[in-house]
Design a protein around this ligand. Structure first.
Ligand code: 2NL
Length: 352
């Protein structure tokens, strides 16, 4: 309620706040308002003497009324706190007992692996690109130089949508992307070289669950296209990646392979992370573990994206972060990374 004096009205919010003060705050506030040396209302009372007689009466009365209200509020809060304290003591609550620890959560091991991979490539000038998970046959297969009768395009391997195809282009059937390569195709079509991108994301295949397969899994792909890029750039960059990710002395090797979208193609192995090369059940006695597929971008893929394959060359890679997390942490079954079982995740999680 207004007293008609702004210095007194300014104290109203503090009056209202008393009901939620703790014991120490209550004591400090009482001194700040009513204290004999420097209390706000004590100071107001001292000003009364300096006022003209008429004013003195009215202002003095207003100060005294407010003082009474504050005194009442302090007393009420004090007895409420006393009652709470007595209740706690009776209930046997020990406020000095340390609180129970809380598990605040942690990054999923696959998320951590994806982030680390992306950060290593960002550190050498790659940018990150993302794209749709529903794609057309053209972006997912045909632009990547898959022949129209390639078995990967079969319904047994790829999840097609039960929806009308995109009209007016060959390969308009809709599907769940089986790799993140269509995002590289979109990137190349949109921005002319030089291109250096990494693409993390979910991909889908018509696979049943088993220890090393899941119908939905993560992939990270990378692409570098520029003038004068050679297989030396591919090897140097991927070896740099392996040294940053697995440690600077990690041995690597490249084996010839085949993908429709690269020529030549290779698979890259790192020394087994469990036995470090001597041979164990995890690496089937070979001492090596495959971490990615890679190769020089096939000229037909560049031409499909309207990039002149006489002027430009490039290399690309693709890897499965689930697989890499399994190699790194010695996880025997991919399903452990997908089921969200806290007993498993807590062992790897640490706290955020
Ligand atoms: C693997 C193999 C690979 C690529 C992905 C790619 C993308 C474009 C052009 C050429 Cl646009 N290549 N990506 C290249 C080689 C291998 O993935 O085993 N992934 C898990």
């Amino acid at each position: 309620m207004s007293t008609g004096y702004s210095d007194l009205d300014a104290l109203q919010p503090r009056l209202a706040a008393i009901a939620s003060l703790g014991p120490a705050e209550l004591e400090a506030e009482e001194i700040a308002i009513l204290g004999r040396k420097s209390g706000a209302l004590t100071a107001a009372l001292k000003r009364v003497a300096a006022l003209p007689v008429e004013e003195r009466k009215r202002y003095g009365a207003a100060v005294n009324t407010l003082k009474g209200t504050f005194e009442g509020a302090f007393a009420a809060r004090r007895s409420a706190l006393d009652a709470e304290k007595a209740e706690r003591e009776q209930a046997g609550v020990d406020l000095t007992m340390p609180a129970r620890g809380r598990w605040v959560g942690a990054e999923h091991p696959v998320t951590r692996v994806v982030d680390e991979i992306v950060e290593i490539f960002r550190g050498i000038g790659f940018t990150v690109a993302l794209g749709p998970e529903v794609e057309t046959e053209w972006y997912n297969f045909l632009a990547l130089n898959f022949p129209a009768d390639h078995p990967a395009m079969d319904m047994h391997d790829t999840l097609y949508l039960d929806a009308a195809p995109v009209e007016g282009e060959p390969g308009g059937r809709l599907l769940l992307r089986t790799h993140t390569s269509p995002v590289q195709i979109r990137t190349l079509m949109q921005s002319p070289p030089p291109v250096r991108v990494v693409i993390p994301g979910m991909v889908y295949r018509n696979d049943a669950f088993d220890p090393s397969h899941s119908p939905a899994f993560h992939q990270v792909e990378g692409l570098a296209v520029d003038e004068g890029i050679s297989f030396v750039d591919l090897k140097a960059t991927l070896i740099h990646f392996a040294h940053r990710f697995f440690g600077p002395t990690t041995k690597t090797r490249f084996r010839p392979s085949f993908f429709p979208f690269t020529e030549p193609s290779a698979e890259m192995d790192v020394e087994c992370q469990l036995c470090h090369g001597s041979g164990c059940p995890a690496c089937k006695g070979t001492g090596w573990m495959e971490i990615l597929g890679c190769g020089m971008v096939h000229p037909a893929v560049l031409e499909n994206c309207s990039v002149d394959s006489e002027q430009y060359t490039g290399w690309a890679f693709g890897m499965g972060p689930h697989r890499i997390a399994m190699l790194r942490y010695g996880i025997p079954d991919i399903r452990l990374l997908l089921e969200g079982d806290m007993r498993f995740l807590e062992q790897l999680g640490g706290t955020q």
